[in-house]
Design a binder for this molecule. Sequence first.
Ligand SMILES: Cc1ncc(COP(=O)(O)O)c(C=O)c1O
Length: 442
Amino acid sequence: MAQTAQTPVTEDLIQGRKALIRGWSTGVEPEMILVRAKDALVWDQDGNEYIDCTAQAWSNNIGASDPRVVEAAFAQARDITHVRSNYDSIPLLRLAKRLSDLAPGDLNRVGFCLHGSLAVEMAMKIAMKNRPGAGPFITLYDGYHGRSLATMAASWPHVNNDFRPYMTNVVRVPSPYVYRCPLGHDAAACVAECAAILRTTIEKGTNGRPAAVIMEPIQGNGGQVEFPREYYHEVRRICDETGTLLIWDEIQTAFGRVGAMFAAEYYGVTPDIVVFGKAIGGGFPLAGILIREGLDGFDPGDDALTFGQFPVSLAAAVAMLDVLDEDDLLAKCRAIGEYATSSLQELAGRHPLIGDIRGPGLMIGVELVRNRVTKEPAVAETTNVYKRAMSRGVIFGTSRYGGIGNVVKIKPSLTITRPQMDRVLSVFDEVLGELEQELGIV
Ligand SMILES: Cc1ncc(COP(=O)(O)O)c(C=O)c1O
C-alpha cells in the first residue's frame, strides 16, 4: 500500500471521537480518519493511500477535490457565502437554468436543498400538492430514500427501529430483483407479476388514491439491483393509466454514474419528478428535485430551509457540470464500467463465490454466495472481502440491505484510471481466492 506523510492523532481528536453520536457506521469499519482525497484516491491519518470504490457514499463522481470545483466554491465564498431563501443568488439561477436544460423530457423546473432525504421529502410534498387528498405513497421492497422520518418510512425497514410511530403512509410492493425474485418466479414472470401487483395495489390496495410511486431506478442500498428494462416502462404505463405520479429517486444514479446524465435518459423513461443529490455538488452538500411542466410547485411557506440554497454548493455544482462535460466523463464511465464488468465476468469463471454481477456503468454490484445453486448469501465473506481489501489499499462498498449484506459495490469516481481499476480487480481476485481456499469451495 502506498504511503505519504502521517497526520498526528492528537488527544482532542481522540476525545472528539468519544463525543460523536453516530447513526450509520456498522462496527466493521476501522477507526480511520480521512485527511486528503484526490480523484479516486483517499489518504488516512497514517499516510496510507486507498483506491476508494465508494466515491465517499457515491458522491465524488468527478473525483475528489477537483481544483475547478474547489476554485468555483472559493470564488463564491469570497463574494457571498449565505443568501436566505427569500432572495436569489447568481449560482442559484445559473444552476436552475442549466439543470432545466439538461434534464430529460419536460422536467424543467428545479428546487434545491442540502440533503437527499429532504429532497425526497420535497418530491413527496409536490406530489401531495398535485394530488390533494391522496392516500399513501407506494415504494418498492428494499428501496432506500433516506433517514429523515418520512423517508425512513419509505425505505426498507431496519430491524428494531424506534421510529415506527412516525413511519406511516407507505405501502411497499415487491420489485423484480430477478436474481432472487421475491415471488419465486423466473425473470419474465417476475417482471409481469411485480407490475401486476403494483397495478392492483394502486387500484384496490390503499385507502384513498396513492399520491405517487417512489422508486430508485437502480436500488443502491438495496443491493445494487437493476430491474429488467421492460419493468421501468411498465411502471410508467401503470402510473399514466391510473393517474399516479411517478417519482424517481436518482440520488445515486444521476450525473454520470450509469454512463448517462440521468438513469431516466438511460432507460428511456421520463418520471414526473426526479430527485437528485450526492454527485451534484462535486463534493459539496446539495440535492434537489426536477418536476415536469404542468405540475404545481410550492406556495409560500410550503418549503423553506435556512441553508437550502447555499450559494457555495450551487457554484460548485455549476463547476461540477462543466467538469463532467470538459473531461467527457460519461463516455469514460461507460468505457471503464464495461471493462470492469467484463473483467468481473472472467473472474466469475474462476470464483464460485461470485453469484451475480450487476451494472451498468460504474454502478457495479457483485453478489457473493456460498453456493451458486442454493444462492446462500455469503455475508461473513463479504465483510471479509471489505476488511482484507482495505489492508491492501482498496476500499470496497458493501450492502446491508434487508439484513442480508452480501453485495460488494464497485462505484468509484468516474475518473478512476485503468491501472487503478486493474489493481481493484486484482485485489478482489486475490481476496476471493483466499476465502474460497478457506471455505474449501475452490
Ligand atoms: C437513493 C437514495 N435516496 C436518498 C438518500 C438520502 O440522501 P442523504 O443521505 O443525502 O439524505 C440516499 C443516500 O444514500 C440514497 O442513496
